[in-house]
Design a protein around this ligand. Sequence first.
Ligand code: FE2
Length: 366
Amino acid sequence: MKCPSRLIVFILSLSFCAEAKLVEDDSSGFADFSRTNVNEFNNKPITFSYPVPRWLKGTLIRNGRARYEMGQRSFTNAFDGFGKLHSFTFYSNGTVSMSARFLQTEYYKQSLATNTIAPYFQFGKLVPPYNEMEKIESLKNQMENLNVNVYRIRDSKTGVSIVPYIKSIITLYRMTSVGDREEIVPWDIEAQTYMHSFSVTKNYVIFIGQPVSIDIMKVAEYDLITTSVSAESFKPSKNNSFANNLDMPTINENFRHVKYCYAYGLVLKADNKNFNKWALVKKDVCRVDGDLSWVIDNHYPSEAWFEPTPNSSREDDGVLMTHVFDGIKKESYLVLINATTMETMNKAILPTTMPFSFHGRFFQDN
Ligand SMILES: [Fe+2]
């Protein structure tokens, strides 16, 4: 297999094009992937290289953050950037359009109006910090930068709340609309554990109780004590040994309640060395050596979404879609990847750059 310039070749697996060597520490574009982009627009057409499958009908929404300063004040924690949504509407006639807009929260609107970061809670420090009056005001306003995920609440959905500090309680809710929630069950837990999300079967809700609890008071004192922790992992496959390190996992949502074999996720620093080696992997949790990956040096993908081919029962028959930042050309593109082979099917250069996004989902038009 002849491998042309590493800038244009699509490397299907790390072993496939071993001669496409990286320049050590050449992490071009890595920092640019998290820069402010204030562009906002509605329904700009985007053009793919090849025809788009007609069965793709709906809107892919990606959520993340895209503004790290306002006026003279800046955030220092990546989670604090002002939330921004990007959407891609597939019209089922071969055309696709893109929109970009900041979340119109009171926090964002007030920050724009005063040309500084309005007094609310953040994860990290601000530069320059709030004055005493602003600190008091932020206590009242709390946190209102909803950049984590997007859901359509049309039918009943379950949600959960965790009350930390003095007593730890988990409460399970059923949400019947954005504003209405019905309490199903609250229960006390001995200690608060890190719980990012929960899973479901047809009849049960599953919470993963991590074997590590968080003592908020100790954290506040920076007095962290580590006891021994052991970890188990899948056997690494020969050609994609890094696939076990995936984060931001997604699956075929038709397999949400049943046994599945494929999880798609991101591996940063896939070679364990370079920041420009990001892999989008397909982890086969049923077979050793079934893992595949999609890697292009200096191209930075975000979490992928799997959209199944209609009427197909094969779990990996579908399209993986995500946006990718080309760190060399400093432009973003939306890519459609064949989930069976992890080969690029189609891509469209976007009219603006898109920073790293947290999550998102495809909302089918019914
Ligand atoms: Fe998350």
